[in-house]
Design a protein around this ligand. Structure first.
Ligand SMILES: [Zn+2]
Ligand SMILES: [Zn+2]
Length: 327
């Protein structure tokens, strides 16, 4: 099979011919139909996340078709279409795992980071962490639901029920969350890099009632804000944009340092919280909700062997919506 392989962090992925992996007990062998690219892949490739397995096949928004079953797999058959998310395995027995917070498990394994992912023709995955996918989504449009959608949904839930929601960084997750939030009857305020008029127009197209630059004040104080861009200076900006009792949710896995800020902008019971990974329950809930909205994903397709070009386009903010690799 072909695979895009990371030998070391900080370099380009290399196209390799590798043997098709064999599924171990409990695993599925999947023929990859599409794999979304995510900012987390950039953090892995660029070295901001420091514990990858090496060599590594990245990619954690995998839509695949079951080719073969490892020993003891129940509930799947060859030919089934499944989704593989970032959470690739947990210990199942720690305090986090047994209290509905498996996203925080210290022994969790992440797809395309500690396990090979979907930048390849085939991959294996622990069947207990794979999701059936809703019908009605072509493979390429289903792929971004698996991280942009899932982490976006978890961020939205943690942002609480407030009506006026700000979203900082208008990429793949934001374009999905905006559709869900407006369907729930909320107002979405989209914040992009200052001067990014194309990004602001995209936010309005997705349903935002207002769009502006990251450091602009919204017309009214917000109830909550979600930050998807990995820029620490957005935290004080978002604190200034939310009203008393407002919550600022950091939805990314990595962020540059947060500059110091006056206590004034946190005072009034404002809070800051991060969102880490996902639970399988998030996946089940969101994949049921997405077709009801219905969430439509805007995708930009790249052939598998152009993974480096796709990651560069994401890094430079040139992808409208979500980027997806197709074998
Ligand atoms: Zn655990
Ligand atoms: Zn991701």
């Amino acid at each position: 099979m072909r695979a895009m392989v990371m030998e070391r962090q900080g370099g380009a992925l290399e196209l390799r011919e590798l043997p098709i992996p064999q599924p171990s007990a409990g695993e599925l062998l999947l023929k990859v139909a599409a794999c979304g690219i995510c900012r987390t892949d950039l953090h892995v490739v660029d070295g901001e996340l420091t514990e990858p397995k090496l060599p590594l096949i990245p990619g954690h928004q995998i839509v695949g078709v079951v080719e073969a079953l490892g020993e003891g797999v129940a509930g799947f058959r060859p030919g089934d279409r499944v989704g593989v998310p970032w959470l690739g395995g947990t210990c199942g027995e720690c305090d986090y795992c047994t209290s509905g917070r498996e996203n925080l498990c210290d022994r969790a394994l992440f797809t395309g980071y500690q396990k090979n992912g979907g930048f390849a023709d085939y991959c294996t995955a622990d069947s207990r962490f794979c999701f059936p996918l809703p019908a009605g989504y072509p493979d390429t449009q289903a792929a971004p639901l698996l991280c942009a959608g899932l982490i976006g949904y978890r961020s939205l839930r943690i942002a609480g029920p407030g009506k006026r929601l700000g979203i900082y960084g208008f990429g793949a997750a934001a374009h999905i969350v905006t559709q869900v939030a407006t369907w729930q009857g909320r107002e979405v305020y989209g914040f992009t890099r200052p001067g990014d008029t194309a990004g602001q127009a995209f936010a309005r197209e997705m349903g935002a009632c207002w769009a502006g630059g990251s450091f602009d004040a919204p017309p009214l104080p917000l109830d909550a804000a979600i930050i998807f861009a990995p820029a620490g200076e957005l935290v004080p900006a978002a604190l200034r944009a939310v009203g008393k009792g407002g919550i600022v949710v950091c939805g990314g896995i990595h962020m540059s340092d947060i500059p110091s800020f006056p206590y004034d902008i946190l005072w009034g019971e404002r809070s800051i919280v991060s969102v880490a990974n996902l639970t399988r329950r998030d996946g089940e809930e969101f994949l049921k909700l997405a077709p009801q909205v219905p969430v439509r994903t805007e995708v930009h397709l790249f052939p598998l062997e152009q993974a480096n070009e796709a990651l560069a386009a994401l890094r430079e903010g040139r992808i409208r919506g979500a980027g997806v690799l197709v074998p």
